[in-house]
Design a protein around this ligand. Structure first.
Ligand SMILES: C[S@@+](CC[C@H](N)C(=O)[O-])C[C@H]1O[C@@H](n2cnc3c(N)ncnc32)[C@H](O)[C@@H]1O
Length: 161
């Protein structure tokens, strides 16, 4: 079934703009010789910045058109559902999720799977827009009107999710 990101894919990077590469690098404590998973990685906007900073960088997303954009950047993307990850337990040293958690239909299953594939003691970084920010409130309303099914968490709620 076609989803919103399938339609947005060709314009996504242009609309959202490049990420600040320093932020994920610092939070993820890069470089590392280990494996890094970018879950819900979309067009590879973030992964492209992390290339070369980990032994292997894997980008997983459920939208083929988003993944095609990533492929055009020379990345090797993988199609899959973050709530049913096709990896063995403890197979990644770093896991990052940028601006995608609020789109996951089954957040609990996704978090459980992300923690399973992470090596014990290693790092999971989840970056989300702050719903208390006025611009994010407008984006959340637009996504609701577009029936995107997004579910934004306030920072204090995310510690209980
Ligand atoms: C707002 S985009 C963010 C993409 C990328 N992380 C970035 O910051 O540019 C959210 C992405 O999450 C993906 N996504 C949503 N639910 C997913 C799921 N259950 N499994 C894998 N990817 C998912 C969408 O296809 C989309 O590419």
């Amino acid at each position: 079934m076609l989803d919103h990101f399938d339609l947005l894919a060709p314009l996504y990077d242009w609309v959202i703009g490049p990420p600040n590469p320093a932020r994920p690098q610092t939070l993820l404590d890069l470089p590392t010789p280990g494996r890094l998973l970018d879950a819900g990685g979309g067009t590879g906007r973030v992964t492209a910045q992390l290339r070369g900073l980990a032994g292997e960088v894997v980008l997983l997303d459920q939208s083929l058109p988003m993944l095609r954009q990533a492929q055009a950047k020379g990345l090797i993307p993988l199609r899959g559902d973050v709530a049913r990850l096709p990896f063995p337990d403890a197979s990644f040293d770093r896991v990052v999720v940028v601006d995608a958690l609020h789109h996951f239909v089954d957040v609990r299953a996704a978090l459980a799977d992300l923690l399973h594939v992470l090596r014990p003691g290693e790092r999971l970084v989840i970056e989300e827009p702050d719903i208390q920010h006025r611009v994010v409130k407008v984006v959340a309303l637009a996504e609701r009107l577009a029936l995107m099914g997004s579910h934004f968490y306030a920072p204090e709620a995310s510690s209980r999710a």
